[in-house]
Design a protein around this ligand. Sequence first.
Ligand code: ZN
Length: 326
Amino acid sequence: MTATTQSTITFPYKRSLGPVLGAFMNGLAERRILGIRTGDAVMCPPLEWDPRTGAELARDFVEVGPGGTVQSWCWVGTPSEQHPLDRPFAFALIRLDGADTALVHAVDACSFDAMSTGMRVAPRWRAERRGHITDIEAFVPGDDPVGVDDDGDASREPVTMMDYRASITYTTPIPDNVIRTERATRTGRLLGLRCPSCGRTYTGGKGYCPVDSIALTADHEVDLPQRGVLTNYTVITPVQYPGQTETEPFARVHVLLDDSDVILSFQDLLDLPPGEIRIGMRLEAVWADDAAGQPAVGGSTVQGLAGWRPTGEPDVDDRDLVNRIC
Ligand SMILES: [Zn+2]
């Protein structure tokens, strides 16, 4: 079985609700579902503009539901973390009583067989509502709303903004070369793979020589020197976006390993302020205390390597070093 690693990227967003969706969301906090009139029709969820003419609508709200009819649905048999319910459910287009358009929401029907087009549903309200579409936890089969007994929070401020997260989770296979490379770093070895055809050496457990299309295996492993020379660098002034942990300017350096053509790019530089960095400095590898605890990575990043620090040896004087970054 191939080893894999799972990654998740999450993007937090914030948006303003405006006068129409704002009214709709604040209505939900009061267990009222609002539609908006457009001509003879009522749209729920309400829109600010008439979708046929593009004209701005008068804010003529009308309460609809709470019961409605399922117009169409699909079954979600394996809910993800992002789904509204943690057990199988249906996403449905629900036309609420009094509305002419349909609302997308979850139906907690317990089983696929309990779902049908044309079935009647009613909302199950959350006890704690905050002016969000999830104030309706889900719709349930039947005509009777659930959760209508509590009083809610009368002192609640009206919501004007909405936070939400877009997220993607993906799985990446970990090749054998990467696994062996990572094992080597746990014992303080820096492993490379040397192409038998062109002689180039690659780090990070690369599976093929991209020049010769030759598969690289355990037979091509070489131990790399753990000293080198700084060829180029970048000083990064951190912008304080969500999730940023750096607060002070820091450097990433490119290191050409001794007696080789291997350059490790974007490495951490330790024990030296960014203002004192010089091209040509001699550097040595510093291993993390607990290399085994580091996350799995590939490419030019070396697992378990804390960074590089100056050796104190005289600088290398070579004007071409600056061009060697990969
Ligand atoms: Zn090659």
